[in-house]
Design a protein around this ligand. Sequence first.
Ligand code: NOJ
Ligand code: CA
Length: 672
Amino acid sequence: MKNYLKLTSVLIAFVLLTTACGSKKSIELLSPDGKLAYHLQMNEKGQMYYGLSVSGDGMLANSKLGLQLKEELAFTDNLKIVSHSENGVNETWKPIWGPNDTILNQYNQLTVSLLNGTGKELKLHVRLFNDGLGFRYEIPQQNGIDSINIVNELTEFNFVQNGTAWSIPANFDSYEMLYRTTKLSEVADANTPITTKLDGGYYVSIHEANLTDYAGMTLKNMGGTNFQANLVPWPDGVKVKAKSSLKSPWRTIMLCQNASGLVESNLIQNLNEPCAIPNTEWIQPMKYIGIWWGMHLGVETWTPGPLHGATTKNMKKYIDFASEHNIEAVLAEGWNTGWENWGKPKAFDQLTPYPDFDFDEIVRYAKSKGVELIGHHETGGDYLFYEECMDDAFMKLHVNGIRVVKTGYAGPIPNGQYHHGQKMVQHYRKVVETATKYQLMLDAHEPIKATGISRTYPNMMTREGARGMEWNGWSEGNPPEHHVILPFTRCLGGPIDYTPGTFDILYKNRGEYIKWNSNDKGNSRVNTTLAKQLALWVCLYSPLQMASDLVSNYEGQPAFQFFVNLPSEFDESKVLSAEIGDVYAVARRKASNWYIGAITDENAREIDLDLNFLDADKKYIATIYADTENTSLNENPTEIKIITKEVDSKTTLHVVMKSSGGQAIEIKESEK
Ligand code: NOJ
Ligand code: CA
């Protein structure tokens, strides 16, 4: 457990004040390595623009900045730079958990103070890293401002080049959409992160960091390859409401020479505040299983009745399985009353178990087996009712020694609010803060997007916010390319609770099921091979990592040993192969052992993995879980071979993957 923060920082600050007469019309800032250049420019109307280039090549140009407010005080035109200052930061910090145990935070910063025509101040904070840019607006406390209503954020991302883009639509309520692969210029609107490979070869991803008390940002195409921020509105059309001051989230532009650079970037986390929780000993990554997939498959129900999943008997079976297989925790959905009212207001009672779920006995039993329980609070979207009972509900978990809760917002938000608007951003944060009070770790489904706040609140472990495994239960499912797009889009914001691990890929063991979801056309399946399911546990990082199938489908399966052996936290990660929408391979180290996941899209693919990251003085044994000659996505997706071989730092592993296949590898230091 990395339960401490170590900051070493070098601060070089110098202030550049503009001369009294005439204000500056343009300012340049360079990245620490001098390759990225940020350019801020004022035109004759006092409008503000920025551009970004790499080694002299323009990436973004003439991109507007500013805030349009309902009040008189617009920060759009007639702006004048009154002062600016620059400083540089070069520090490392230790996250409480994460794919790496040390993070470098190195950037040059520019702070610009501007006045509008009525003498009101706007600040612009700009941080330029070697792998991208972050900037935010601040309306500081000042006389004459006691109410702020942002009706439009002017921020543009005006790409100089076209490219190939991977995006989901700018839906204000859901991120559970399939990714579109199009020309950048063909994207009409998008949620973030949106990622593009520019025609000149650079990889760029637009997102936001530290989304706090502000509306979520979507992007709207303003023509060609120019995109403008389109904030999710309140019911009255206003985008952001504040009293007398505000700070926007950071608008972020990751910019890398290759796709692996995006994955290895820490820009989003670095633009968040350090850990705000003094004692973090109760925060701990875990692997988990749970009563969950049966409901999505339609063979169990959340509601009581003959197929009720969350019964005392079933929970004990899962607890036994967890304790026998090195799995820290068990989730139960459908344990509490109210599921029969899903869709109605005030449906869920987060305190009262169904009669066939003996809460006290399950708590006692889990404890006796050394297994943790994961609580579940579905709200159906009724955040108002959840806020009424949240303290009591969290207290109930806390006093029973439960340290994790999964939340859900599957349903409309009351009173015309959207899932991704400011009101809900406030709510999701309130949940994190309240959970901190009760020492609870969170796994949020139907969440607000991940913007790196886990640095500040490391109990915000993981979240959904993408089409996860559940879609395979009752729809046409997630296509093979989905998994090789996620690491370069959704996952750039932070960990994902995708819940990999379906072993019964064609649902051969499902038997009779009840169709419960209108998306179900009767042809659902998981669109991968079994080896790819194993690899996803490594590729899709989550500090709460689920093996999502029914435990009966893991019994007697040698391939499940990979999950049994997989650590729940890592010290270091290295991307070995990355091309968006095609292929992804990553290696993660825990102590001296390594775990590799490699996955491909619908195309069968062979890649070579150079193990030069292994310790040159050591010998290792690799256990390889691979697609076989006979594995085939359509006819025979579950065939897998498990081979062991000696490897060392000079080994190159030749990885053969079938259509939507993959490979999972455990490399252990050899005893010999
Ligand atoms: C949607 C969540 O993503 C899923 O994991 C959960 O089982 C259902 N809602 C019910 O809460
Ligand atoms: Ca969901």
